[in-house]
Design a binder for this molecule. Structure first.
Ligand SMILES: Nc1ncnc2c1ncn2[C@@H]1O[C@H](COP(=O)(O)OP(=O)(O)OP(=O)(O)O)[C@@H](O)[C@H]1O
Ligand SMILES: [Mg+2]
Length: 262
């Protein structure tokens, strides 16, 4: 489904600020995988997602999505097949547009613009049905500007927008980190429900080690631009936060950051 071969990114090469953010990353993601990624601050987790989404060009290596080499494909072209959520709920939606307008935009992703003269009547019913699945009452507020929603409501809507046209790949970069614990849990449960229902191949960065082990079928641990551990199968089933922290300190050159331990 997704394959990274020897992917490297160096920022500010040949300057005093040189930073090897990704060092020869190899990764094989299978159809339907739900991979969680942890690692200390600056380990390269977001850079990995930026490389996959095309936000950053890579210096070396190749990226394949669904058998096609997408290494030099522009970000907006990849975006028709890759859905993405960030930590900041403000990033995924247009605040002055209504819920239904935002969904309309998301729904037209990957379709030819000439075929999409605004929102069609029959789409409204579909949006309403999708919104009611979020269980947040948003189906009764479809004409509300998104800027008036809470962070959690907005992130749930962003999740719906990223998946309303089922993407080949869903990238989640600490998408619940800015929410209060209860809302974060709700958005996490929603994420799992949507991902399972449509069998969406997903990569999720989290600093919550419990969630990294609870959700998905594989956990990657990154440190200093490298994937230092890949935990799956029986090993993962028997993994605890304590064991993982021990494994980390045995294998990483740096110590776990405060953020990761929170
Ligand atoms: N656009 C950029 N320009 C220069 N350096 C960058 C850029 N983006 C990331 N870096 C550097 O690359 C390294 C990896 O950053 P990245 O954001 O991938 O870390 P991360 O694992 O996502 O950390 P965090 O947990 O804090 O989000 C860091 O040293 C960071 O400062
Ligand atoms: Mg990051």
């Amino acid at each position: 489904m997704l394959k990274l071969e020897n992917v490297s990114i160096t920022f500010n090469a040949n300057t005093v600020n040189e930073r090897k953010a990704l060092r020869n990353i190899n990764l094989d993601v299978k159809d339907g995988d739900f991979i969680t990624v942890i690692g200390s601050n600056g380990a390269g987790k977001s850079t990995l997602m930026n490389a996959i989404s095309g936000a950053y060009p890579i210096d070396e290596g190749s990226i394949y999505l669904d058998g096609k080499n997408i290494t030099s494909l522009k970000e907006h072209k990849r975006a028709t097949r890759i859905g993405r959520l960030f930590q900041d709920p403000l990033r995924g939606t247009a605040p002055n547009m209504t819920i239904e307008e935002n969904l309309g935009l998301a729904y037209s992703r990957g379709k030819r613009r000439s075929l999409m003269p605004g929102i069609r009547k029959k789409d409204i019913g579909f949006f309403r049905e999708k919104l009611s699945e979020l269980d947040l009452g948003l189906e009764d507020r479809m004409k509300t500007p998104v800027g008036l929603l809470s962070g959690g409501q907005r992130q749930a809507l962003t999740l719906l927008m990223a998946t309303i046209v089922t993407p080949k790949l869903l990238l989640l970069d600490e998408h619940t980190a800015a929410l209060d614990p209860k809302t974060a849990e709700k958005v996490m449960e929603l994420t799992e429900r949507i991902v399972k229902k449509d069998n969406i191949t997903t990569i999720m960065i989290t600093h919550n080690i419990n969630n990294a082990l609870k959700y998905g079928n594989k956990t990657l641990v990154m440190s200093q631009g490298k994937i230092i551990l890949e935990i799956e199968g029986e090993e993962r089933k028997n993994m605890t936060v304590e064991k993982l922290m021990k494994l980390y300190s045995d294998n990483a050159d740096d110590s776990m950051s405060d953020k990761m331990l929170l």
